[in-house]
Design a protein around this ligand. Structure first.
Ligand code: URP
Ligand code: ZN
Ligand code: ZN
Length: 476
């Protein structure tokens, strides 16, 4: 049955206008402008939703999640169902998750991740971590294209685990360039971190803030410039993930002004929090890599978003329980998953990562748009349209256009809530934005034309998300 959403105010990456959206099946059939398009309700026998006084955006796309990720002797506490459900309540209808690079090769690794994602509740795709490199791996990289994976993530930190040396990254960039792939980079200085961590532990420093002190911003800054330099030298496109330091924005700007194909993502945690949060008694809640920096860094990241130096806001959603010995009730069942308490005596054992996938859009609506830091159109660009374009999903996703998937969020701009665990739906026992006053929340969320969130009612389900094979993306 067709669905007509009437009288809403539509927000896209470039325009805001009053309009009606006609949905047929899973796609948007047309966008009707009330002043120019005549549409007679008399002849329409589908369902009608009146969105007067509401805003409508394309469903959010989170290009950076880690569901069901084994790490630090435990596993991230949202899986490909619970994390998708939380995303949907927060207005996100597509996620791109990172596949662990197993020694058995890419095909095995992707199959394993596809099995885990059978329970998907929203649409999803994968990036491939590239955490081992030799001639065999090099030959295998183009096979990812047939699996619909066009993006590789490399790490300049996590020595002995995920990091590749610079020569291997350089070779991977060449292969990416030859095959039209995009390389995503986690930028920190692994060697400096290793030295500082050893010193800190030897001196008996075990508390969470030492996580930040041992991962200096300058490491992120020089590593960002290093990747930009390699992008220039190989002609490959590079996307810097989870940018956290003002100096990284400067490096990105420097490279982009010189025509280097380098783009950047930041995440809510780097816009709102600082190292001070790690000094709190519950500082472990804020532990992620790279760490949070200073208020000055927050400001410079906002500037980078507003002036177009940065292209996206993802989340790096990788939640752990704060106290994984105490169960929470999730969908009627008690669950506890070992979490941050694993590092109560040693910051290096605190699982790195935090919850954010459901928070991103509601928090940015209030503290980005309403606070005047970004416009509503920039909000849509940064959280939906740009990720769709960069990661080869546009215009199927990230757009309010005829033929696009009907992934839509109807926002109630007047809804006021005191945000926190009660609104975020993550499968964990805390929320970083607990107690924040939010004005404007997703009211209805549609995935390919199907209503999956209606106020506080969950109408989605396991297995309803589709795997999205991606083609090449755009360099923005
Ligand atoms: O702390 C984080 N970010 N954990 C996830 C892995 C990564 O580096 O993105
Ligand atoms: Zn990373
Ligand atoms: Zn990540």
């Amino acid at each position: 049955m067709a669905l007509l959403i009437r009288n809403g105010t539509l927000i896209t990456a470039s325009e805001t206008f009053r309009g009606d959206i006609l949905i047929e099946g899973e796609q948007i059939a047309s966008i009707l402008h009330p002043d120019s398009d005549i549409f007679s309700l008399k002849d329409f026998n589908g369902e009608v939703i009146d969105a007067s006084g509401k805003f409508i955006t394309p469903g959010g796309i989170d290009p950076h999640t880690h569901f069901d990720l084994p790490m630090f002797g435990t596993v991230s506490s949202d899986d490909h169902y619970t994390g998708h459900k939380a995303a949907a309540f927060g207005g996100t209808t597509t996620v791109i998750d990172f596949v662990v690079h197993e020694p058995q090769g890419f095909s095995y690794s992707v199959e394993r991740w596809l099995e885990k994602a059978q329970k998907a509740a929203i649409d999803y795709s994968f990036h491939m971590n590239l955490t081992r490199f030799n001639d065999q791996v090099a030959r295998e990289i183009p096979s990812l294209l047939d699996m619909g994976i066009t993006t590789l993530k490399v790490f300049t930190a996590y020595n002995g685990r995920l990091r590749l040396d610079d020569g291997s990254i350089f070779r991977a960039l060449r292969i990416a360039k030859e095959n039209g792939m995009l390389v995503m980079a986690h930028c920190e200085n692994g060697d400096v971190i290793e030295a500082l961590v050893a010193e800190a532990l030897a001196a008996g420093h075990t508390t969470p803030e030492w996580h930040a002190y041992t991962r200096p911003a300058w490491g992120a800054v020089e590593s960002t410039l290093r990747l930009a330099a390699m992008a220039e030298q190989t002609g490959a496109a590079v996307y810097i993930v989870h940018m956290n330091a003002g100096g990284e924005v400067d490096m990105l700007r420097y490279a982009r002004e010189r025509g280097v194909k380098v783009m950047g993502e930041t995440c809510p945690q780097y816009l709102f929090f600082t190292v001070d949060h790690l000094r709190r008694p519950d500082g472990a809640k804020w532990i992620c890599s790279p760490p949070m920096r200073t208020e000055q860094d927050n400001v410079r990241l906002w500037q980078g978003l507003a002036d177009g130096t940065l292209q996206t806001i993802g989340t790096d959603h990788c939640p752990f329980f704060f106290d994984g010995t105490r169960p929470i009730v999730y969908e009627g069942e008690e669950i506890a998953i070992p979490g941050k308490e694993l590092g109560k005596d040693d910051f290096t054992k605190i699982p790195n990562g935090l919850p954010a996938v459901g928070d991103r859009l509601p928090i940015l609506w209030t503290y980005g748009i309403r606070a005047g830091r970004i416009t509503a159109n920039q909000f849509v660009a940064l959280t939906s349209t740009h990720p769709a374009k960069i990661f080869g999903l546009y215009p199927r996703k990230g757009a309010l256009l005829p033929g696009s998937d009907a992934d839509l969020v109807i926002w109630d701009p007047e809804k006021r809530v005191t945000y926190g665990v009660a609104y975020s739906y993550h499968r964990t026992d805390y929320n970083l934005f607990e107690g924040w006053e939010v004005v404007g929340m997703p009211e209805k969320v549609f995935l390919r034309g199907k209503l999956i969130v209606d106020g506080d009612r969950w109408l989605g389900g396991r297995g309803q998300g589709q795997f999205l094979k991606r083609g090449p993306g755009e360099v923005l």
